[in-house]
Design a protein around this ligand. Sequence first.
Ligand code: BEZ
Ligand code: FE
Length: 323
Amino acid sequence: MTGSLARDPGAPAGAGAPPAPSARQEAVEARLTEAVVSSFDACPDQRLRFLMQSLVTHLHAFVRQVRLTEAEWSAAIDFLTRAGHITDDVRQEFILLSDTLGVSMQTVNVNHEAYEHATEATVFGPFFVDDSPEVPLGGDLAFGAPGEPCWVEGTVRGTDGMPLAGARVEVWEADENGMYDVQYAAAERAARGHLFTDGGGGYRFWCLTPTPYPIPDDGPVGRMLSAVGRSPLRAAHLHFMASHRDARTLVTHIFPEGDPVGWKDSVFGVKQSLITPFRRQQAGAPTPDGRRVEGTWSRARFDIVLAPAETPTSPLTGDTDSR
Ligand code: BEZ
Ligand code: FE
């Protein structure tokens, strides 16, 4: 990439925008970028070559556009080093960085292009486990986790409208203290579970009314959010993964309508089509299955539409989801 990057009309303007370098200086910088890009020319793996050359092009463009100072470069290296030090088997600071920069969500967008009226995908998040308990239809997947009870029901169908019987519906969520079971001191499973749709594609379960919670913010990503005046809060949500042999697996959330965090979600996961009314019910209001609930409860409906199994998930590779 060559040209007047400091004068790029797409560049953020304002007090931080630097003056343009001289033409001679620009030529020096462009020559370096070209040398690094062409150093990958002989890479035998076409895709790797494309990725590396594009990465270098964009990284160099960034350095040149912002006129990166050596102190800023050093601070960035220090940030990444601290992210590495806090990362272990359960804490993944680089994923949090990707999430908060919208890279995780953009990767979801790129790989899960909207298909007809199929339900839209959103971020997976770090709190899925693959050994969630099975609950019967109408069962309670809160398993004693604290929070207001919530009844959720819906169907799983294909884009042709046909019900998908036996579809697996995985659900997981934080409790009212913003904690997932995997963050509890004791090893236990709570506020998660999976169930299978009935012959009409229907499902129903009790869980907890979702509430907003902060992503882990005691590390470098949390300090970055605080430095730029951003909140670590995620919009309230209920995670879903729906799968069926005849359909493309969907990973998504539903977001309660009217949530105070909403579009300010720290990981940019909210999509208009996933905002769902959660209707609060008065204490004593009759429940759909006759269960006696102390206090208020809420209810929501989520009808899931899955794209056909053969739908490509990636426009570049044409890979299909095999889950
Ligand atoms: C979550 O939804 O669980 C989540 C997503 C991204 C970062 C942290 C948490
Ligand atoms: Fe979550």
